[in-house]
Design a protein around this ligand. Structure first.
Ligand code: SF4
Length: 349
């Protein structure tokens, strides 16, 4: 919970920071100084903003807080992957997973608490929807990450459907990319979606970040059995829409494909994937299924994964097998929060 109903500065745009300064009777340039301290210097407290007078800092602290919320739990895998639970402004908790590699550090961030999409193979889907994250909550997963200086990429593939909370996701990515913010290239950010009718076009129009579509099956009826959102926005509609766009420039389009034994790993599925995707400039990421309790879905064999990758690649669809990380720490999205459903006190600094 926010301490004494104070407003967090983290998550505000430059204009909002300037307005906040003016509301407190200070000149607008204090807002630029705030942005500099928050986003460039990544201070841990308002007191560290040493070029703002003590009098002005005291005034700011009457109404604002930095908005940094440290994690309440961390679990490290034998492979170096770390899963964190971060508090949210309204006292709930969300997961983030840091995945270190030799040449990069990727953070998988959450955009909602729970999710309304109800995908059958997903632990978060089973939790139902508990609320949208704010831009502060989203940015805090990056800002308060112990490994934040090693971060090279952010993927919106944690809990929640990012396009179902698009305003906050766009604001968070705007702050990640702004010159006064973290000044990241959009090439470092990927937003993943099952496809929502209302916001897919808006995302394509308003963001330059990479797009990843959770496909998981090329046949609409079979996909519907896994992903209820197929009913309101079918792949028969969004694939032609994606086909019409030019993907050869900056923005990358990928399709995520969790491979389940006997359900989407046959030659029939491979042929249909080629028919759908070969004409599009895209890549397919094959993902191993992290088993969740009480589900008919089973992980496929390594041999089948390799066969599917080679089949798709041979037929003109660039395909990779995503390395499976952090299985020993419940890295499948939603596993840790499901194990820890009680709220804890938020630690705000
Ligand atoms: S897979 Fe993603 S969209 Fe589907 S229920 Fe889980 S979090 Fe939501």
């Amino acid at each position: 919970m926010l301490e004494e109903n104070k407003t967090p500065l983290l998550g505000m745009t430059l204009d909002e920071l300037k307005k906040a300064a003016q509301q407190m009777g200070m000149p607008a340039y204090i807002g630029s100084q705030l942005a500099d301290w928050i986003y460039r210097h990544k201070v841990d407290s308002i007191e560290e903003m040493t070029n703002i007078s003590k009098k002005n800092l005291a005034k700011l602290k009457e109404r604002f807080t930095l908005g940094r919320m440290v994690h309440t739990e961390a679990r490290q895998s034998v492979d170096g992957t770390v899963k964190y639970l971060f508090p949210t402004l309204d006292g709930q908790r969300v997961e983030s997973v840091f995945i270190p590699e030799s040449d990069r550090g990727t953070l998988c961030v959450s955009s909602q608490v729970g999710c309304r999409m109800g995908c059958r193979f997903c632990m978060t889907g089973r939790q139902g929807f508990q609320g949208n994250l704010t831009a502060t909550d989203i940015l805090n997963q990056i800002y308060s990450l112990p490994e934040r200086e090693r971060l090279t990429n952010v993927v919106f593939m944690g809990q929640g459907e990012p396009l179902d909370n698009l305003d906050a996701v766009l604001k968070a990515t705007q702050l990640l990319m702004a010159d006064y913010g973290l000044a990241w290239s959009p090439k470092r950010i990927t937003v993943s979606t099952v496809g929502t009718r209302k916001n897919l076009l808006r995302f394509l129009k308003e963001s330059d970040c990479h797009l990843a579509i959770s496909l998981h099956n090329p046949f609409p009826d079979q996909r519907l059995a896994m992903i209820p959102a197929e009913k309101s926005f079918s792949l028969t509609e969004f694939i032609p829409l994606l086909k019409q766009r030019d993907w050869s420039h900056q923005r990358r389009l990928s399709f995520e494909y969790i491979v389940f034994e006997g359900m989407n790993d046959t030659e029939t599925h491979a042929k249909e994937l080629v028919r759908l995707l070969a004409p599009i400039e895209c890549r397919v990421n094959l993902i191993r299924f992290h088993h969740i309790p009480d589900t008919p879905y089973q992980d496929t064999s390594k041999r089948k994964m390799i066969w599917l990758r080679d089949y798709l690649t041979r037929h003109g669809v660039t395909t990779t097998i995503r390395a499976s990380r952090g299985e020993d720490i419940y890295a499948a999205c939603g596993m840790l929060t499901t194990a820890k459903t009680k709220k804890q006190n938020t630690v705000l600094v």
